[in-house]
Every structure is written in C-alpha cells, then in structure tokens.
Design a protein around this ligand. Structure first.
Ligand SMILES: NC(=O)c1ccc[n+]([C@@H]2O[C@H](COP(=O)([O-])OP(=O)(O)OC[C@H]3O[C@@H](n4cnc5c(N)ncnc54)[C@H](OP(=O)(O)O)[C@@H]3O)[C@@H](O)[C@H]2O)c1
Length: 238
C-alpha cells in the first residue's frame, strides 16, 4: 500500500465543524493526517484520527486552554489552517459595535493567538506550515464589509510579518483568499449581491472544495519551503 500524503503530519484546523473548515479537516484525514479541530460547539466529525476541542478562538484564554488540552494528545503540530471566522455584513453607520468587535476578535485575534501558540510547537521540530483562510473581500472591499474586509486584509499582513519571524524555524505563513463557496456563512448574504460580484470575476463561478484544497496542498507541501508571505486569491481576484 502506498504511503498517504499527510500520514506523518498533525494538522490543526480551526472552525472544523462546518463548511470550508470541515472539508479541509476531512481532506487531511483522508490523506492520513492526525487532525485537531477547534470550534465552539461539539464535534461533527467522527474519525479515529480526529480530536475535537471546544475552543472560542476569539477568546485568548480559551485558545490557551485549547493548546493545554491538545498537548495531552500530541506534543507536535506541523500544519495549521486558520479557517474559523464570523461575518456580519452591514453598513458601517449601523453596524452594531459588538458585531464589529466580534469580527476583530475571531477573524484577526484568533489567527494571531493560534499561530503563535502553534509556532511554539513547530519550533521544536523546525518545520511548519501556517495557512490563513482569507477572502476576496480583502481585495474587492465590498460595501457592508468594512470590518470583515479589514480583518481579512489584516490576516495577510499578519501572515507576512510572522513569515519573517518564523522563517529561521522553517515555518512558512501564507494566505488563501477564497471567493464564494456554499456554506452557512454564504447563506447569510443576499444571493443577488454575491452573484453580481462573482459574475464580474475573470473566473465567474462559485468555488468548490477542490479549488480550496488544491491551494492548501500547495502551501502544505514539503516542496513549498520557499513559498511564504504570499496571498493567493481564487477566481482571478487580485
Ligand atoms: N463561504 C464563503 O463564501 C467564504 C468566502 C470568503 C471567505 N470565506 C472564509 O472561509 C472560512 C470558512 O467560512 P465558512 O463559509 O465555512 O463559514 P461557516 O460556514 O460560518 O463556518 C464557520 C466555522 O467556524 C467556526 N467558528 C466560528 N466562530 C468561531 C470561534 N469564535 N471559535 C472557534 N470556531 C469558530 C464554526 O463552528 P462553531 O460555530 O461550532 O464555532 C464553523 O465550524 C472563513 O474564514 C471565511 O471568512 C468564506
């Protein structure tokens, strides 16, 4: 039997219960990885190599407690996918401040905390891949998404600075800006608005899981040791 691509890898995926994060977690499991999942609610994945931790990534203390718990399962992490995020789309003048604050906490502070705690484990083996899930919103800057787009733009900046800090540990940090893919998050948005945005892209279609997994595999590859501080957008967004 041939070796599976990720059989010697431990992968942490945030937001692994639903949508994109679940597809990413299942991809790593199918390919032999041990997967650690962070989400606020109970696990939806049952697999002998899947370990679920109820963590609110928007709460730094919860992230610290999550790492303490996962260290009882493993003392190493090779790959992190910062996928968990929340979205409230609303004109800035009427956006509830608490909703804007939640996006900062979950979408920006979350990846900061998870990346730095994971990097402390990656340092021991001098190998790591940190992959942030960004959004076309960072580039297209749509009305209603001032805070969401700012957080997603900030996510690339976060990765780019960490790329410098972690380079000597052989840890790369990159961002994947996805466009639109069917999920609970997408269903919150007006369909006509999304379809209008997608119809204006060079590749004028919604994404499917494989579009995302293709770039995840590229960033995670052993061969991508010189790919760091990069943001790849799907669909021709730039
Ligand atoms: N879907 C799209 O069209 C689209 C487009 C561009 C970018 N994106 C990005 O793609 C990523 C995945 O989006 P999605 O569409 O799959 O979203 P989703 O369907 O809303 O799923 C979000 C996931 O994140 C978890 N989560 C949310 N808040 C959390 C928190 N505070 N702590 C821990 N886990 C949390 C949720 O689980 P719990 O509720 O159990 O915590 C869930 O598993 C996000 O980064 C999003 O910004 C999506």
């Amino acid at each position: 039997m041939s070796a599976k691509k990720y059989q010697d890898k431990v992968v942490l995926v945030t937001g692994s219960r639903r949508g994109v994060g679940r597809a990413i977690a299942e991809h790593f499991l199918v390919n032999g990885a041990t997967v650690l999942g962070f989400a606020r609610q109970e696990a939806t994945i049952e697999h002998p190599q899947y370990h679920h931790f109820m963590v609110d990534v928007g709460d730094p203390d919860s992230v610290i407690r999550g790492f303490a718990a996962l260290k009882k399962v493993t003392d190493s992490i090779q790959i992190v996918v910062n996928n968990a995020a929340v979205l409230t789309s609303q004109y800035s003048m009427i956006m509830p401040p608490a909703a804007a604050q939640a996006m900062v906490n979950v979408n920006l502070m979350g990846p900061f905390m998870v990346s730095r705690e994971a990097a402390k484990l990656m340092r021991k083996r001098k190998w790591g891949r940190i992959i942030n899930i960004g959004s076309m919103a960072a580039s297209l800057e749509p009305i209603g998404d001032s805070m969401y787009a700012a957080c997603k733009a900030g996510l690339s900046t976060l990765a780019n600075v960490m790329a410098k800090e972690f380079a000597s540990m052989n840890v790369t940090c990159n961002t994947l800006g996805i466009n639109a893919i069917e999920s609970d998050m997408l269903s919150q948005l007006p369909r006509d608005k999304i379809e209008e945005i997608i119809s204006g892209l060079p590749i004028a279609r919604f994404s499917v899981s494989d579009d995302i997994l293709n770039v995840i595999d590229f960033y995670a590859s052993e061969r991508s040791s010189s790919i760091t501080a990069q943001t790849v957008f799907l669909g021709g967004v730039n």
